[in-house]
Design a protein around this ligand. Structure first.
Ligand code: FUB
Length: 338
């Protein structure tokens, strides 16, 4: 799938055909991680800015500096921007690129998990704590030991255990790791080799660190074989998310350079997961990143596109649309522009 060319897009027409509109328009927001805490919707997005950094394959132009939490009483009510929840200048270990975050709630405390680059140019994942779901959050002095790469997504299982899924290719540096060890020599596998997978680690009871070394999350095809690196329309690239629906664990993710949101299902939080299909077809803008959240008995996809900025790939806007499952639990593929 070639990258969407913005030269021939009539954005007025596209916005008319869009199945949903940006939740907020006064700032650019992306990578929405949505949760219902105490009956209210909280969205933890990236806060996109124009930093004037040239475009490259490492995503240097995604030069975000802070996070704002968006809250809503329902999916159709006004989305409220609660201001700066955490700024990179208040994170002792982080230097730049505050990418896709997520949050969790346990025993009256709220935990914001976020990736950022350190001064050595390596991404790690940190945590910051607040008494309020909208912050301000206070960052721990060091990143989470054993964490690496980007895109943390934190899932609470039925028994109250929390798991963090993470990892992302290219700018997210996942290709530089094998067995949780970094080497700049490591590269993406060849097309006929098994694809790189995201990671999962159970969180400690205090929510501030991993209880175990990260494990690979296997994504298999319909024959039980690992997806191959050359299978770019199905293999994992970035943007992990986990939700539980009718007895199954749904692991969803972005295919990155082919621009699909896909999902795979399994029987437990560690997998393996079997590829099932696409959730969302490509949106305007290079990246696609989402969360799936149940609100008042219905299921919603929170996602982003670059329609408000007329195709500027690092200036995105968060949107929401309902998802539907068929009787077998298959998610119907959503076409973002009707
Ligand atoms: O927002 C920066 C990066 O773009 C995220 O970490 C990726 O998932 C992609 O959406």
């Amino acid at each position: 799938m070639p990258e969407v060319s913005i030269e021939h897009i009539d954005f007025e027409e596209l916005n008319r055909r869009a199945i949903s509109q940006p939740l907020v328009k006064h700032i650019y927001t992306a990578d929405p991680s949505a949760h219902v805490f105490n009956g209210k919707i909280y969205i933890y997005p990236s806060h996109d800015i124009e930093a004037g950094i040239p475009f490259d394959d490492l995503g240097s132009h995604f030069a975000m500096e802070d996070y704002h939490v968006i809250s809503m009483d329902s999916v159709t009510s006004e989305a409220i921007d609660n201001g700066i929840a955490l700024h990179v200048k208040d994170v002792p270990w982080a230097e730049r690129q505050m990418w896709a975050p997520d949050a969790a709630h346990k025993e009256g405390k709220y935990y914001l998990y976020f990736p950022a680059k350190k001064s050595d140019n390596i991404f790690q994942i940190g945590v910051a704590v607040s008494d309020s779901p909208v912050g301000p959050f206070v960052a721990e002095p060091l990143p989470i030991e054993g964490s690496y790469s980007i895109d943390p997504a934190v899932f609470e299982d039925k028994d109250g255990s929390f798991y963090m899924y993470f990892g992302g290719l290219w700018g997210g540096q996942l290709q530089s790791y094998r067995n949780n060890q970094y080497s700049a020599e490591n590269q993406e596998p060849q097309a006929n080799e098994a694809a790189l997978n995201p990671l999962v680690a159970k969180l400690r009871d205090d929510m501030l660190g991993f209880a175990e070394a990260p494990k690979e999350v296997l994504i298999l095809d319909e024959n039980g074989n690992p997806l191959l690196a050359g299978d770019t329309e199905r293999r994992f690239f970035e943007a992990s998310w986990m939700h539980f629906y009718q007895g199954k664990y749904y692991f969803s993710y972005s295919t990155g350079d082919t621009h699909f949101l896909c999902y795979a299902t399994g029987d437990n939080p560690y997998g393996p997961f079997t590829y099932q299909g696409r959730i969302l077809n490509p949106v305007v803008g290079w990246t696609t990143h989402h969360s799936i959240c149940e609100v008042d008995g219905k299921w919603y996809l929170f996602y982003h596109d670059s329609s408000l900025s007329e195709g500027v790939t690092h200036l995105r806007s968060v949107k929401v649309t309902e998802i539907t499952y068929d009787v077998d639990g298959k998610i119907q593929t959503i076409e973002p522009y009707s």
